[in-house]
Design a protein around this ligand. Structure first.
Ligand SMILES: [Zn+2]
Length: 70
């Protein structure tokens, strides 16, 4: 599988994912209370933006989606 292509739990298909931006990491730390959010990826499918890690397709229940930038 090409790098960046991972299974997305909410799309239920393999989709391109990218690491979070700095702003998104700040947002996710605030959202989850975790101090370290390295290793999280966001699904790039249109209007999905679901967050997963490299190993866990569903780290959050309910799922967390990165908000669109303003
Ligand atoms: Zn997705």
């Amino acid at each position: 599988m090409p790098p960046g292509i991972k299974f997305c739990y909410t799309c239920d298909t393999d989709e391109p994912h990218r690491p979070l931006t700095e702003n998104e990491e700040v947002w996710l730390k605030d959202r989850t209370g975790q101090k370290n959010v390295d290793g999280y990826f966001m699904c790039e499918a249109p209007s999905c933006r679901n967050v997963r890690t490299g190993f866990d397709k569903r780290p959050f229940d309910p799922v967390i989606r990165v908000p669109l930038p303003d």
